[in-house]
Design a protein around this ligand. Structure first.
Ligand SMILES: NC(=O)C1=CN([C@@H]2O[C@H](COP(=O)(O)OP(=O)(O)OC[C@H]3O[C@@H](n4cnc5c(N)ncnc54)[C@H](OP(=O)(O)O)[C@@H]3O)[C@@H](O)[C@H]2O)C=CC1
Ligand SMILES: CC(C)(CO)C(=O)C(=O)O
Length: 337
């Protein structure tokens, strides 16, 4: 029988542990984690679950957990699942250890991680990936998928040997030709990440509230205008095309709940990964999300004042967290100059 492929999860946190757990029985999965996460996995094992009732526990003694880059050396496939600010470091660390021929997939939000990894790893194929769903950690070592959607990955013949592994783990992979368009579409959705963090609410409660949705619609309208000027056409990654999202989000609650019920099919405890960062006292990814709209506007001689204001508010929140009311934030964004 053919040996199972060796897969390294580089940066085992919410996404990495979830993906690694789902793939565990179908590959030789190795987790490269910070010592605090490694200790949790060694003490509690790894449980993965999803909103469709899947649940699986992997005992500590069968988990292959490491804390050093060296552990990625013999991986045939590396899934990079660190936050965007860590990508450069990870590219450098992998360049020192990766064996020739190993494939790398970035499963990160933001539009520049794949290019950064490619620059550090010229001898390797690096594919862009996208995770549409949310992962929470309801208890130590337990990672729960709290919303739906299929992983997307750039088309490549090198992916073929791993397709049965992902399928076996219940992770359907949608292969895409234009991942940059997918990543921009995901970025438009992620413009909500800081709003969710500033609201202090779970995603479902926040998005059920029209004023919070109007804040998001405002950020998205600004983003869509800048993308149009830049000639970037975001892909369709939700039931609705990206350009319709601000209109649908702005609908009164009763209508929104009827038309866009799928957008609210989220675990009641799920929050954005930006909220997780604030809670952990980490710098957030806002520069790689809303900040990308601001930077793109600037490169075209334009401004994106609402997204720029959100970046400022997140800088404040990183220093000292202050919860915002929806009306006050909408007012602030409308008056941003
Ligand atoms: N969480 C979610 O629901 C979703 C997240 N995403 C995206 O997925 C990506 C990963 O997010 P998420 O899983 O939430 O992030 P986490 O912060 O939960 O996990 C990343 C882990 O990688 C660790 N790490 C950073 N640098 C290194 C390194 N050099 N070596 C080893 N470990 C390292 C981090 O440690 P430390 O904190 O010490 O730096 C952290 O433990 C992000 O781009 C995010 O936006 C996409 C969809 C949903
Ligand atoms: C899934 C989603 C959109 C919201 O949780 C996300 O990407 C994040 O939290 O970073």
């Amino acid at each position: 029988m053919k040996p199972l492929p060796r897969i390294a999860i580089y940066g085992a946190g919410m996404i990495g542990n979830y993906l690694g757990g789902r793939l565990h029985d179908h590959a030789r999965v190795r987790f490269i984690a910070r010592p605090r996460i490694a200790s949790t996995l060694k003490a509690c094992g790894l449980t993965v679950s999803d909103l469709n009732g899947h649940r699986q526990h992997i005992a500590p003694d069968v988990l292959d957990v490491h804390t050093h880059p060296e552990a990625a050396r013999d991986a045939e496939l590396v899934l990079v699942t660190v936050k965007s600010s860590a990508t450069m470091d990870v590219g450098h660390e992998l360049s020192e250890v990766l064996a020739p021929g190993s494939l790398v997939i970035s499963f990160q939000n933001g539009v520049r991680n794949t290019a950064e990894l490619r620059a550090s790893l010229p001898g390797h194929s690096v594919l862009a990936g996208m995770v549409p769903f949310n992962v929470t950690q309801p208890e130590p070592g337990h990672f729960h998928q709290g919303s739906s959607g299929e992983l997307m990955v750039e088309h490549s013949a090198e992916l073929e040997p791993f397709l049965p592994v992902f399928a076996g783990g219940g992770l359907a992979l949608q292969r895409q030709d234009d991942m940059q368009a997918v990543l921009w579409a995901k970025l438009l959705i992620n413009l909500n990440n800081p709003l969710n963090a500033l609201s202090g609410l779970p995603l479902r409660d926040q998005l059920a509230h029209r004023t919070w949705r109007r804040c998001l619609a405002l950020l998205q309208r600004e983003g869509l205008q800048i993308l149009e000027v830049a000639g970037i056409r975001p892909a369709q990654v939700t039931a609705l095309p990206a350009r319709w999202l601000p209109t649908v989000l702005s609908l009164p609650d009763a209508m929104f709940h009827r038309i866009a019920a799928r957008m609210l099919a989220i675990d009641p405890l799920a929050r954005s990964s930006t909220w997780d960062d604030l809670q952990a006292g980490r710098r957030t990814e806002v520069d790689y999300i809303n900040g990308e709209i601001v930077a793109l506007a600037k490169s075209k001689g334009l401004r994106a004042p609402a997204n720029a204001r959100i970046v400022e508010l997140m800088r404040d929140a990183e220093r000292s967290y202050l919860r915002w009311e929806a009306d006050a934030l909408l007012n602030t964004l409308r008056n941003a100059r």
